[in-house]
Write a protein that binds this ligand. Structure first.
Ligand SMILES: [Fe+2]
Ligand SMILES: [Fe+2]
Length: 160
């Protein structure tokens, strides 16, 4: 990023990078969690859930891409080593349930991840509102998507 681009960030860039990397790790782990769960589940209703999991898994990867772009704009690196993902993550990784037919558990775990992201992004929006306009906007876009995701899963859980 150029000089003016850095100058308009009114907080410590390293701190912004830490927050962006945390979100990046969360998004990547959610991407994998939803994807591997889609491969694993079986039983009645599994096909419906599989489609939604794969779609949202793709969306989380797109979120990770947005974050990676911002991280590099600020002179940072996305996470290059796999084991760093878990270390940097704030929301962590929830493996699919041992029982592949336990779809209620699947949905509850996804909701846990989505709600954790909603809480974190909401904090980030407040934090960067007046100090880093671009980072603030990225978190706003992500929050909107996660709020939609949560709503979708709540609806599915009610019908299950
Ligand atoms: Fe996401
Ligand atoms: Fe999501």
């Amino acid at each position: 990023m150029g000089r003016a681009g850095r100058e308009i960030v009114k907080v410590n860039v390293d701190e912004v990078l830490e927050d962006l990397l945390k979100a990046y790790a969360d998004e990547w782990l959610a991407h994998y969690q939803y994807w591997v769960t889609a491969q694993w589940i079986s039983g009645i209703d599994a096909d419906v859930l599989r489609g939604i999991l794969l779609k949202q898994s793709e969306d989380e990867l797109k979120h990770a891409e947005k974050l990676a772009r911002r991280i590099m704009q600020l002179g940072g690196k996305p996470i290059l080593n796999f084991d760093e993902l878990l270390k940097k993550s704030g929301c962590g990784y929830i493996p699919p349930p041992e029982d592949p037919t336990n779809l209620k558990q699947v949905i509850e775990d996804v909701l846990k991840s989505e709600r954790c992201a909603i809480q974190f992004y909401n904090q980030m929006i407040e934090k960067y509102r007046h100090t880093d306009v671009i980072t603030h906007e990225i978190f706003e876009e992500l929050l909107e998507d996660e709020v939609d995701d949560e709503e979708e899963w709540e609806r599915i859980l009610q019908k299950l």
